[in-house]
Write a protein that binds this ligand. Structure first.
Ligand code: ADP
Length: 230
């Protein structure tokens, strides 16, 4: 569960990126976070992952109070999150299977855990037959599915996807979004940052819209269904 209570973020150079934002995303929800470039979306994501701290306001992420989280607690908090990026961020020299194994080993999983979990997540993303490929032997859509599998492999309670379809054509984008929807239906909370209006409109989901550091709309079925444009 994510809870922002009147969060403000001012960067060191004086830029006020967030000007008092409040919202809550409950366990099991699917939410799009939309807004034009510079509106504050990345700042929100970085606050959730603990990369930056709020200037003011209260912030809870999956049971952790981010206002007074200790450096020692941060890695445990991060394990509750699976993060996916526009540029996939896979390890080039490792196969699909090894990329997933590496992510599990990094948090202390045993060989037995790996042998059980990796085939399950590969099947979930439809890549069982490509386990031995290197990332550059896969299409962009497939690489993003590997990144999704990697985000899921340690069984986080929440997936945060930051412009996950930014590098993909419309057909692959729709496949990725449909996969994220399926993952949500299996019980994982999913938050997707995007500015792809048509894609958002194909899913009848909650849409949290940010503009100029403020929350301007929060509706199910989509801000983009309103007459207002961003
Ligand atoms: P978005 O992800 O919606 O494009 P950001 O959260 O990246 O928006 O940026 C919000 C505002 O904060 C912008 O005005 C941006 O220039 C500013 N900003 C982002 N990161 C920094 C930073 N590290 N230092 C100073 N200003 C920043």
């Amino acid at each position: 569960m994510i809870r922002f209570v009147d969060i403000r973020k001012e960067y060191d150079n004086g830029t006020k990126a967030l000007k008092g934002i409040s919202f809550r995303i409950d366990d099991g929800e699917f939410a799009f976070l939309v807004g034009p470039s510079g509106s504050g979306k990345s700042t929100i994501i970085k606050l959730i992952t603990g990369e930056i701290a709020p200037s003011e306001g209260r912030l809870m992420v999956n049971g952790y109070n981010m206002n007074n989280i200790t450096p020692r607690q941060v890695p445990y908090m991060r394990r509750t999150l699976g993060v996916i990026f526009q540029d996939f961020r896979l390890i080039d020299k490792k196969t699909v299977y090894e990329n997933l194994t590496f992510a599990m080993r990094a948090v202390g999983a045993t060989g037995r855990d790996v042998r059980k979990r990796v085939p399950y997540v590969l099947d979930l993303v439809g890549l069982s037959r490509k386990a031995d490929r290197l990332p550059n032997e896969l299409s962009g859509g497939e690489q993003q599915r590997v990144a999704i599998a990697r985000a899921l492999v340690n069984n986080p309670s929440m997936i945060i996807a930051d412009e996950p379809t930014g590098n993909l054509d419309p057909k692959r984008s729709l496949e990725i979004m449909t996969l994220l929807e399926r993952i949500n239906e299996l019980g994982t909370t999913v938050v997707v940052v995007t500015h792809e209006k048509e894609l958002v409109n194909r899913f009848s989901k909650r849409v949290i819209a940010i503009q100029d550091g403020r929350l301007i709309s929060d509706e199910t079925g989509g801000y983009y269904n309103n007459e207002q444009e961003i």
